[in-house]
Design a protein around this ligand. Structure first.
Ligand SMILES: C[S@@+](CC[C@H](N)C(=O)[O-])C[C@H]1O[C@@H](n2cnc3c(N)ncnc32)[C@H](O)[C@@H]1O
Length: 184
């Protein structure tokens, strides 16, 4: 896959060529489409949990968001192995750091229409901490997407968070691993 335009669908059908990405620790295609659809009206996207960069790359490809993605572990990124236009790659900024270190960056972009994807450590306390990192900077219409509500710990954190702020509109989507969407 070195020529022509990069396509996520083609990449997924050729995964056997890329053993470094076979962990599958990422959103599936349906979830990725929902994620992109919900954040596409935003100007900037912050993500907890990069892994191999699948969700971050999808957002960079399918929306006009600037993408900031955080992970303390620096795994091989998809965009390092396939041919993707420079314009797309330049929209992605990988931070090798825990998401809680994102506060100053979020604060300096408070005025933008923001979106967030919470897909880092799935422990209840970690999901709550990721939300605590973004909460002080939330503004009307900002979008927060949670992945993996099938995980009990994530579901407990989701329930706690959505009950803590009545002015959120929220929905839960029955994808493979369930997603939660909050709009401020
Ligand atoms: C399920 S994977 C993320 C998948 C990715 N969002 C995708 O769909 O392509 C979870 C990632 O969260 C990372 N992680 C763990 N603790 C974290 C933290 N405090 N901040 C950010 N990422 C964290 C892990 O290293 C792991 O790579």
């Amino acid at each position: 896959m070195n020529d022509g335009e990069f396509s996520i669908e083609d990449f997924l059908t050729q995964l056997d060529k890329y053993p470094q990405f076979k962990t599958g620790r990422w959103v599936n295609s349906e979830e990725s489409k929902i994620l992109c659809d919900r954040v596409k009206t935003c100007e900037i996207y912050f993500e907890s949990g990069t892994a191999n960069g699948f969700s971050a790359l999808n957002v960079a490809l399918e929306t006009s968001c600037i993408v900031h993605t955080f992970d303390p572990v620096n795994r091989p990124k998809i965009w390092e192995s396939v041919n993707i236009s420079k314009d797309v790659i330049e929209k992605i900024c990988f931070h090798q750091d825990k998401f809680e270190m994102a506060s100053p960056l979020i604060q300096s972009n408070t005025e933008l229409h923001k979106s967030f994807f919470i897909d880092g450590d799935h422990g209840q306390g970690f999901v709550l901490r990721d939300f605590a990192t973004i909460e002080p900077f939330l503004k009307s219409k900002d979008v927060i997407v949670f992945h993996d509500l099938r995980n009990n710990s994530v579901m407990k954190a989701w329930d706690q968070i959505r009950q803590s702020r009545e002015f959120y509109s929220e929905e839960k989507i029955r994808t493979t691993r369930k997603m939660g969407i909050l709009v401020v």
